[in-house]
Design a protein around this ligand. Structure first.
Ligand code: DUC
Ligand code: ZN
Ligand code: ZN
Length: 460
C-alpha cells in the first residue's frame, strides 16, 4: 500500500478487546478500521501513548423521549446521544414503544421521527410490545425487514405496559418461527399491584415502599416463569436489568438444566444499594426505578456473575426524569415516574468499580459493555471490537485519571445523577464514530454529526 493511503492512524495505544489486549497502531479509512500493526502513515496521525483504545460502547437498553407514567423521559435523541458520546458510547438500541392501538409500523415510525438527523451516535430500535392481537402477531413477521431483531415484553406494569401471560405465550410461538429474540422485564405485576395497593391504603406512601412492593421474589418468580416458557418453546430469552441475587439464583438453576438465558444488569444494581431509599422524598425518589435497588449481598452476587460470564451485558436502562417530574408521586410512591439517568456514566463506572477494584478484567469490561451487546443486538461483526473491517468506533480512554462524578460535569438532560460524589478512576478522552470525532480531549465536537440507523441481523 502507498504510504499515506489511510485517513487516520492512532499510534501507541493499548488496544483492549474482549479476548486479548495488545499494543498496535490502528489505521482507519472511510470510517472503517482497515489494519492493525505499525509503521502506517496517514493524512492524520495521533498519539495515544498511555491510553487504552476501546471499541465504542454499546448501550442496548435506553428509553429516550419515552411517554411513561403521565410524563416523558427527559432526554431526547439529541441530548441523550450527546451524553452517551461524552461517556464513550457510540451506539444505542432504544425501545420503540407501541402505544395502545398502534401497529408496529406506527410505533417504529414514531421512533424514527424522534431519532432521524438528531442522534449523534449510531442507533437501532427494539420493539416494545404492549398491545397484542392477531394483527400484531402477523405484523411481527415484518420486523426483521425493518432491521429489528429483538422485541421487549413487560411482565409487570399491570394495566399499562404489561403483556398478560396468555399473550406472552402467543408471542413466543410467533418469535420461535421468526427467530426474534425477546427481551423480558421480569417482575410479577400482580404481586406488585397487590402490595402497592395495600401499602398505599395503609398510608405507606413514601418512596421506600416502592422497593417493598417490588420485592426480589417478584423478580425471581417472574424470571422462573419466563424460563419455563422459554423451555416449552425451546426459545432463548434475554432478561433485562437483573437486580437481585434471588433472580440470579433462578437463572443459574435453569442454566444448569440447559435453558438458554442471556442476562443483562445495569450499573445501578452493581453500585448503589437500597439504603438510599431511607432518605427524604426528593432524595429517595431519585432511585425509584423498576426493579428497585437491592442489598449489598445482591451487589456482590451480580459482580461475581458478571466475572464468570453468567451475566452477559451491562446496559443502562437510561430513563431520566427531573426531580419536578418525580414530585408527581409526592403523596403516593406508585405515581413516581420509574427510572434514572445513566447513559453517560456506564463505561467509567464499570471500569472504575469493576476493573480498578479487581472484580473483573479490562477484557471482561469490554466484553460486557461492547462485544456482547453487539452480538446480542445483531450488530456484530461491524460493532464491538477493535479489529479490521469493524466500524472505526473508538474510545481513547485514560485508565489512570481520577475524578469525582458530579451532575455539573455531565450532559444528560436531567437535574441529578444517582452517582453524585462517587470517586472514579478512568476517563473518556476522545471518541470516534466511524472515524469522525465526537469527543476530543474531553469536549464534545460532534455537533454536526448524526448517526446511522442500524438494521440489525437475527441473533438466534
Ligand atoms: N424501568 C424503569 O425504571 N424505567 C423505565 C422502564 C422500566 O422498566
Ligand atoms: Zn424494564
Ligand atoms: Zn427499561
Amino acid at each position: 500500500m502507498k504510504a499515506d493511503v489511510y485517513d487516520l492512524v492512532i499510534k501507541n495505544g493499548l488496544i483492549v478487546n474482549a479476548d486479548v489486549s495488545f499494543y498496535a497502531d490502528v489505521a482507519i479509512k472511510d470510517g472503517k478500521i482497515v489494519a492493525l500493526g505499525s509503521f502506517f502513515r496517514a493524512a492524520q496521525e495521533i498519539d495515544a501513548k498511555g491510553l487504552y483504545l476501546l471499541p465504542g460502547g454499546i448501550d442496548i437498553h435506553t428509553h429516550l423521549e419515552m411517554p411513561f407514567m403521565s410524563t416523558f423521559s427527559s432526554d431526547n435523541f439529541e441530548s441523550g446521544s450527546k451524553a452517551a458520546a461524552m461517556g464513550g458510547t457510540t451506539t444505542v438500541v432504544d425501545y420503540a414503544m407501541q402505544e395502545k392501538g398502534d401497529s408496529l409500523s406506527a410505533a417504529l415510525k414514531k421512533w424514527h421521527e424522534k431519532a432521524a438527523n438528531k442522534c449523534h451516535i449510531d442507533y437501532g430500535f427494539h420493539l416494545g410490545l404492549t398491545d397484542i392481537d392477531e394483527n400484531i402477531l402477523t405484523e411481527l413477521e415484518s420486523l426483521t425487514q425493518e432491521g429489528v431483531s429483538t422485541v421487549k415484553l413487560f411482565m409487570a406494569y399491570n394495566n399499562a405496559l404489561r403483556c398478560p401471560d396468555i399473550k406472552l405465550l402467543e408471542v413466543f410461538n410467533a418469535l420461535k418461527k421468526l427467530q426474534i429474540l425477546s427481551m423480558l422485564h421480569c417482575e410479577n405485576g400482580d404481586i406488585i399491584e397487590y402490595l402497592s395497593k395495600k401499602l398505599v391504603n395503609d398510608g405507606n406512601t413514601a418512596p421506600i415502599y416502592h422497593s417493598v412492593a417490588h420485592t426480589a421474589e417478584c423478580e425471581a418468580e417472574s424470571i422462573n416463569r419466563a424460563a419455563i416458557y422459554s423451555k416449552i418453546f425451546d426459545l432463548p430469552i434475554y432478561i433485562v436489568h437483573l437486580s437481585s441475587k434471588e433472580g440470579l439464583q433462578v437463572i443459574y438453576d435453569h442454566f444448569k438444566r440447559g435453558v438458554r438465558i442471556f442476562t443483562e444488569t445495569c450499573p445501578q444494581y452493581l453500585i448503589l444499594d437500597d439504603s438510599l431509599y431511607n432518605k427524604e422524598f426528593l432524595e429517595a425518589s431519585k432511585y425509584v426505578m423498576s426493579p428497585p435497588l437491592r442489598g449489598k449481598d445482591s451487589i456482590e452476587a451480580l459482580w461475581k456473575a458478571l466475572a464468570c460470564g453468567m451475566i452477559n451485558v451491562v446496559a443502562t436502562d437510561h430513563c431520566p426524569f427531573f426531580l419536578k417530574q418525580k414530585e408527581l408521586g409526592k403523596d403516593d410512591f406508585t405515581k413516581i415516574p420509574n427510572g434514572a439517568p445513566g447513559i453517560e456514566t456506564r463505561l467509567v463506572l464499570i471500569f472504575s468499580e469493576g476493573v480498578r477494584k479487581g472484580r473483573i478484567t479490562k477484557e471482561q469490561f469490554v466484553k460486557c459493555c461492547c462485544l456482547n451487546p453487539a452480538k446480542l443486538a445483531g450488530l456484530y461483526p461491524s460493532k464491538g471490537a477493535v479489529a479490521p473491517n469493524f466500524d472505526a468506533d473508538l474510545v481513547l480512554f485514560d485508565p489512570n485519571k481520577k475524578w469525582q462524578i458530579m451532575k455539573s460535569h455531565l450532559h444528560e438532560n436531567v437535574d441529578y445523577t444517582p452517582y453524585e460524589g462517587i470517586q472514579v478512576t478512568g476517563a473518556v478522552v476522545d471518541v470516534l464514530l466511524r472515524g469522525q470525532w465526537l469527543v476530543r480531549e474531553g469536549s464534545f465536537v460532534g455537533g454536526k454529526i448524526t448517526g446511522n440507523y442500524l438494521r440489525r441481523t437475527k441473533v438466534i
